[in-house]
Design a protein around this ligand. Structure first.
Ligand code: KE4
Length: 434
């Protein structure tokens, strides 16, 4: 049974983790990296190249986390790396406008026609937090609707779960979030139009915006049911409620124009991150000019950032999008991802392990459940212990999957047919023992 790291060399990772624990909460700078839900200690990475990670003990892995989405070209893509190196010799930050911000904004606007005006920030959290503030400023209303299981970063008002009066107000989903903040957030079940419709009808006068992951990558990978997004768009339009697509993960990943291109829906505001920074800290929010003109210094909604539009980060984003804008890029990524998906579904059938596998563009998730997964409650039917065993065994096989059943996996331009073949062989070997 593959169920521990015993035969894997992890001396240096263990040593570094011990040191990290004395310096940082949980020894990490973002919780999911601590491997809490899959057991074992985190692996410390020494370097990465293409679709491979190399850890501090000399192990290497095929990487399906890709820094949680940004590394869609693979790690250390030559033209991106070279452009960053060249840019750094011109200084790293000026706190003044540069042509690079115009270049990245232009590339994004071309890919996302709904984005008439855009503001660069430094993370997805900043993007969603700011987009919600603008929507509130624009509508002069306070309430926000989000969906259970969707994650939009860690701004106070978004760390909220459904309260007892589920369709009226929320309760904090994290210590440190005051009830008053949570009260203005209504959390509804994803893919449930009936409850959505009723909630809007009963509260529309107070609702500033609806924020949604058009494809949910934060409870695994959950696809919107036919008509769900269309109806959310139609209803928010009807009641003058701002529709915010949180495309921090789906942007440039589900397609070059994100989920809004894939489903042909025009949101009022869009939040981006991850891929547009090419691995450096970049987020962005943008959309209708009449809404974005509310943002300071043009309008009365304040938002700012020391390193927003940082020239090195812009460079990495520009070079990444240039490669992504070539048709053959998505053709390759589509090919390897469908090979992976079909292979995994085949294997699960062969070894008769109960799984449900979902994939759209280059994001995917295999759930250890035999139930359809379409929202948070159904996602939670997945057997997380089995996932943890699978994760640890695959790690020993040199395959680095998301260290949580409720995260999406990603492929990149760097993944080849051989990498997929190796992954499927390992998955077959491991699933047979589960
Ligand atoms: P950041 O603040 O982490 O850049 O973005 C927050 C965010 C916003 N919206 C969506 C749809 C997101 O997926 C994210 C961040 N995603 C997680 C992965 N599930 C980041 C990984 C982590 O938290 O370490």
């Amino acid at each position: 049974m593959y169920d521990n790291f015993s035969t894997m060399k992890t001396t240096n990772s263990k040593r570094l983790y011990k040191k990290a624990l004395s310096l940082m909460p949980g020894g990490v700078n973002s919780p999911v990296r601590a491997f809490k839900s899959v057991g074992g200690n985190p692996i410390f990475i020494s370097y990465a190249k293409g679709c491979y990670l190399y850890d501090v003990d000399g192990n290497h892995y095929i990487d399906y986390v890709l820094s949680w989405g940004p590394m869609i070209l693979g790690h250390a893509y030559p033209t991106v790396t070279k452009a960053i190196k060249d840019a750094i010799s011109n200084g790293t930050s000026y706190g003044a406008p540069t042509e690079k911000e115009i270049e990245l904004a232009t590339l994004i606007k071309k890919a996302f026609p709904s984005i008439e005006k855009i503001r660069m920030v430094n993370s997805g959290t900043e993007a969603t937090m700011s987009a919600i503030r603008v929507a509130r400023g624009f509508t002069k209303r306070d309430k926000v609707i989000k969906f259970e299981g969707c994650y939009h970063g860690h701004a106070d008002g978004l760390l909220v779960k459904a309260g007892s009066g589920a369709t009226t107000f929320g309760v904090p989903d994290s210590l440190g979030v005051p009830d008053d903040y949570a009260r203005n957030t209504i959390t509804l079940p994803y893919n449930n139009l009936e409850i959505f419709r009723k909630t809007i009808e009963n509260n529309y006068k107070e609702i500033a915006c609806v924020i949604v992951e058009p494809v949910v990558g934060n409870m695994g990978c959950i696809i919107p049911r036919d008509g769900f997004l269309q109806e959310v768009r139609e209803i928010t339009q009807r009641y003058d409620i701002v529709l915010i697509f949180d495309e921090v993960m789906t942007g440039f990943r589900v397609s070059y124009g994100g989920a809004q291109q894939y489903y042909n829906i025009r949101p009022d505001l869009t939040c981006l991150g991850k891929v547009i920074g090419g691995g450096l800290p970049v987020g962005a929010y943008g959309g209708k000019s009449e809404i974005m003109s509310m943002v300071a210094p043009e309008g009365p909604v304040y938002q700012a950032g020391t390193l927003s539009g940082n020239p090195i980060a812009m460079t990495a984003g520009i070079e990444t999008l240039k490669v992504l804008s070539k048709k053959e890029t998505y053709k390759h990524i589509e090919k390897v991802t469908s090979e992976l998906a079909e292979g995994m579904i085949d294997i699960a059938k062969k070894v008769s392990v109960k799984t449900r596998f979902y994939r759209i563009g280059s994001m995917f998730c295999g759930y250890f459940t035999d139930k359809e997964v379409f929202d948070y409650q159904s996602a939670k039917t997945a057997d997380t212990d089995t996932y943890a065993k699978f994760f640890r065994a695959m790690l020993k096989e040199g395959i680095y999957l998301a260290p949580s059943q409720f995260e999406a996996g990603f492929t990149s331009l760097a993944h080849t047919g051989k990498d997929i073949e190796k992954t499927l062989k390992s998955a077959y070997k491991v699933l047979k023992t589960l």
